[in-house]
Design a protein around this ligand. Structure first.
Ligand code: NAD
Length: 259
């Protein structure tokens, strides 16, 4: 048996032994759906400047806002479909073992895969929605994108003239307090914490696995590459999220069917 196979077996054992699982996902869970992450080769940082995602630059610079609306299609949020990793997390929910999915993603793919909305904690918002910074009116991303692509310069709120912003957290903005508190509470009482496709480099979200570990959970990290927090983990699996999660869940389902 190769190393990854042994690791997948071990992860399946941990899922079988656990009753309260938290899955923590980053951009890497969605790359197999065609949405680029930030830091991998060909990722978003090769097309955008990190400053474009600071709240200060977004609010002060009409060109940055136009860049987000007109180049937003680079993210492929609209066309993307859930992949095998998202579907595997839905299976964990069906087994009655899922306490929460804590996601740094803004792509809505956990909900589209079939996870209950109440179990998905979005730390960085959701890009499907657009909000007026003045009157809080809500819009759909595609409606604002359509206006920008039709040639309207820097589309503003048609009710009050305020600046429109995707309902995602930009650098320099605080995380939604309720979501962060719920994430901490669930991480503090899970028995298994599975990190899928996160560099664990963006704080404060990246502090949550440490919290889970110190509250007693076993931590499993699935990533193509090294992460800053591999030392925390009981088990680190190097591999593609969809492939690894699919294999873990197949073993778990087989063992559950036999018992
Ligand atoms: P990141 O870009 O910093 O890291 C992604 C990680 O996933 C990397 O460690 C990479 O090695 C790994 N990875 C990539 N493809 C993988 C695969 N197929 N299987 C396993 N691992 C894989 O992203 P992050 O840690 O999530 O944090 C940065 C921020 O990026 C978050 O705030 C999030 O809001 C934002 N973001 C979200 C999306 C999305 O919603 N899909 C996309 C890009 C960025």
């Amino acid at each position: 048996m190769g190393q990854t196979e042994q690791d997948v077996e071990r992860a399946a054992e941990l899922v079988l032994q656990s009753q309260r699982i938290v899955v923590f996902t980053g951009a890497g869970v969605s790359t197999e759906s065609g949405i680029p992450d930030f830091r991998s080769p060909g990722g978003i940082w090769t097309k955008f400047q990190p400053e474009d995602f600071t709240i200060q630059k977004y609010l002060s610079c009409p060109e940055t806002r136009m860049k987000i609306w007109t180049l937003g299609r680079e993210f492929k949020f609209q066309q993307a479909l859930p992949n095998a990793a998202h579907m595997a997390i839905v299976e964990i929910e069906k087994m009655g073992k899922l306490l929460a999915v804590i996601t740094q993603n803004i792509d809505n793919l956990h909900q589209r895969a079939g996870n209950s909305h109440k179990l998905v904690i979005e730390l960085h918002g959701n890009v499907q929605e657009v909000i007026c910074m003045s009157c809080q009116a809500q819009w759909r991303w595609e409606d604002v994108e359509r206006r920008a692509l039709a040639g309207e310069e820097d589309p503003h709120c048609t009710h009050c003239g305020g600046i429109l912003k995707p309902n995602a957290i930009f650098f320099g903005e605080p995380l939604p307090e309720d979501a962060f508190m719920e994430a901490e509470e669930k991480s503090g009482r899970c028995d298994l914490f599975i990190v899928i496709g996160s560099s664990l480099a963006v704080y404060p979200a990246a502090g949550i696995p440490t919290h889970a570990r110190y509250c007693g959970a076993k931590v499993v990290i699935i990533n193509l590459r090294h992460t800053d927090q591999d030392h925390l983990a009981e088990l680190v699996i190097r591999g593609r999220a969809g492939d690894v999660m699919f294999r873990i869940i197949k073993i778990v389902e087989k063992r559950m069917a036999c018992s």
